[in-house]
Design a protein around this ligand. Structure first.
Ligand SMILES: *Cc1c(COP(=O)(O)O)cnc(C)c1O
Length: 350
């Protein structure tokens, strides 16, 4: 049996199994589990070093999940969904939900309302979404997401990619998958052979902490990169996990070293049951301030807030403009030094 299939088979999915391997309050875990599913595979579990560490916090149920406020669908994805499981929010690209399953369930998941629910997907639903894409010629970029699309079988992945590639106006396909982080063994030579037949294909993954960069995840990313797939990373800012400039800098630098380009840092969405992970926006700005100029520009992601209610991602940056008038712009560099850049003469005399 493939290593990844064995890891899935040995995945922990209930409080009783979890209590056998970790020191947890089983009653608390049971209460949380009544509301939200639990899944953690032996590989990701092995990265935990101690109770409450940054790996633990991401995947072990916490009683705060059932006492906190928030919304089922904070980004109002369902409102921008012309057919089930497809979100068409931006002019030229859509998000296509093709899998309800992940190898490990993140406690802070933005799609807690759907992920883990087998009824959130069906055969004809995929057909309807494909038909929508065929009819909408303005859609040139497809984000294949879920759940985790790479939890599907090779055959299923290939059939969806083939159908998307057959649509003339689809220029690029992007896969959103946490498998390189949570189940890197899933990135097999066979899978890479399939993926590379559907270029231009991009993959965005989701590392949140430098300790997730292991020999296994490094190998997975290198195999994907060798298959010609440009890799990006989307991190979520999480209290007690990565809300620290030193941790974040180590993460982005280590990502570049495994050929993954940091793409976004998300401010946490207002998802029900995830309030305890939220950090201040000030913290996020401070982290970006500690990266920009201080390390490779390639390592600096966009810091975004996905606007509650469906406004899409809005990038926020520490403001470098001290003043800006007809004569000049006065700017602060990464060290806080002040520089002046004069207007161009033509503009000035206008
Ligand atoms: C994030 C997102 C996209 C892709 O946005 P990019 O900024 O192009 O990466 C597309 N659709 C939806 C609904 C999204 O949430």
């Amino acid at each position: 049996m493939d290593e990844w299939k064995r890891l899935i088979k040995e995945t922990i999915t209930n409080p009783e199994e979890l209590a056998k391997v970790l020191e947890v309050d089983i009653e608390e875990i049971r209460r949380v589990h009544q509301k939200f599913p639990l899944r953690v595979n032996p590989y990701y579990l092995s990265l935990i070093q101690e109770k409450g560490d940054p790996i633990w916090k991401q995947v072990i149920p916490d009683v705060h999940e059932i006492v906190s406020d928030g919304f089922e669908d904070p980004l109002a994805e369902e409102e921008d969904s012309p057919v089930p499981n497809l979100v068409h929010r931006y002019p030229d690209r859509v998000l296509f939900y093709i899998s309800y399953m992940c190898s490990t369930y993140c406690r802070f998941c933005t799609r807690k309302r759907k992920v883990g629910d087998p009824t959130s997907i069906g055969e004809d639903v995929v057909k309807m979404a494909l038909e929508y894409i065929r009819q909408h010629t303005e859609v040139r970029d497809i984000i294949v997401s879920g759940g985790d699309p790479l939890m599907l079988t090779d055959g299923k992945i290939e059939s969806i990619l083939r159908e998307l590639r057959a649509i003339e106006h689809v220029e690029i396909i992007r896969i959103g998958s946490r498998v390189p982080v949570t189940l890197p063994q899933r990135i097999t030579p066979d899978l890479c052979d399939i993926l590379k037949r559907y270029h231009p294909l991009y993959l965005n993954t989701h590392f949140n902490h430098p300790r997730e960069i292991t020999p296994e995840s490094k190998k997975a990313c290198e195999m994907l990169a060798d298959a010609g797939i440009p890799l990006g990373n989307q991190t979520v800012l999480l209290k007690g996990v990565n809300d620290d400039a030193v941790v974040m800098k180590e993460l982005v630098q280590k990502l570049l070293a495994i050929r993954v380009r940091p793409y976004y840092i998300y401010q946490a969405d207002l998802v029900i049951g995830t309030e305890h992970f939220r950090t201040s926006v000030q913290k996020g700005l401070e982290i970006i301030g500690a990266l920009r100029g201080h390390t490779s520009g390639l390592a600096v992601p966009h810091y975004v807030i996905d606007a509650p209610g469906g406004g899409g991602k809005i990038a926020i940056i520490p403001n470098p403009i001290i003043s800006f008038d007809d004569n000049e712009i006065v700017l602060k560099n990464y060290e806080g030094n002040v520089y002046r850049y004069p207007s161009c003469p033509a503009e000035h005399t206008l």
